[in-house]
Design a protein around this ligand. Structure first.
Ligand SMILES: Cc1cc2nc3c(=O)[nH]c(=O)nc-3n(C[C@H](O)[C@H](O)[C@H](O)COP(=O)(O)O)c2cc1C
Length: 241
């Protein structure tokens, strides 16, 4: 399903004005959800700390397992640190991007590959990287862990990540959730001086967009929703709202 075009007026100029930021955050929730997408091409213009911190404050309204609030966020602005993460991203992308190109991609995938390629090449110029981490283990070492433990562990960071992406969208920032620069957990930990019990899960890149938010595609609801038992899909032909 192709989402409705958000129009030419979806571009919001960079700002650090707190009253303006507050006003932008009043964007209707459905509009933020419908237009939030992976924005990788961003301007090198700095993003004021107040904007990033306000978005993170909203991120922290998210749920966590047992309200443990096991999240930690490392805001990276220093070019030398970005360069080290960029080297990791490039290494992982050589393999992953290469596989993607070999797989005879469709138009949609070609677009994504180009946009990731841009991000990989300009990674050091992205004004802010928010490394989203989770603290604590998934149980006692060497003991088999139930899947639900891992689910609760990693599930305690991603709701905040989505809040961050939605807040960023509302204020007019371009955000993208990425994981490839963390392909080597060990190296990423070293770069960021993370203690052993803090695990980096993903990075949200932030910057003022170079262009518009554009369209995104999602599967129709009826193809992924089941009633009572997997496989029973009474809404398969439901027209989108
Ligand atoms: C767990 C996860 C890992 C991702 N890793 C990367 C990544 O390493 N690099 C990247 O450019 N995008 C990454 N993405 C972004 C996806 O490619 C993007 O969300 C998807 O293509 C949908 O984009 P859209 O919202 O613009 O349609 C990741 C997304 C998720 C949820």
């Amino acid at each position: 399903m192709v989402r409705p075009d958000s129009g030419m007026d979806d571009y919001l100029a960079p700002t650090s004005d707190t009253i303006e930021i507050q006003a932008r955050l009043a964007m209707p929730l459905a509009e933020a959800m419908l237009t939030q997408r992976a924005i990788r091409r961003v301007q090198p213009t700095p993003v004021d700390d107040r904007v990033v911190l306000r978005c993170l404050e909203l991120a922290l309204e998210a749920p966590t397992a047992s309200n443990g609030q096991t999240w930690q966020f490392v805001i990276v602005k220093e070019r030398a640190v970005k360069a080290q993460l960029a080297a990791q991203y490039r290494r992982a992308w050589r393999l992953y991007g290469g596989l993607g190109r070999l797989a005879r991609p469709d138009d949609q995938t070609v677009k994504i590959l180009k946009s990731v390629q841009w991000q990989v090449e300009h990674f050091e110029e992205i004004p802010v990287l928010v490394v989203c981490c989770v603290r604590g283990g998934t149980g006692l070492p060497f003991l088999p862990k139930p899947a639900i433990a891992a689910s609760s562990h990693y599930g305690s960071i991603y709701p905040s990540v989505q809040n961050l992406l939605l807040a960023a969208r509302s204020v007019g920032l371009g955000g993208a959730l990425i994981t490839l620069p963390l392909w080597s957990n060990l190296v990423a930990r070293k770069i960021l001086a993370l203690p052993l019990n803090v695990e980096p899960c993903c990075i949200v890149t932030l910057g003022w967009p170079k262009g518009r938010y554009g369209r995104k595609t999602r599967k129709p609801i009826g193809t992924v929703v089941h009633l009572d038992r997997y496989g029973n899909q009474p809404w398969k032909d439901r027209a989108p709202a």
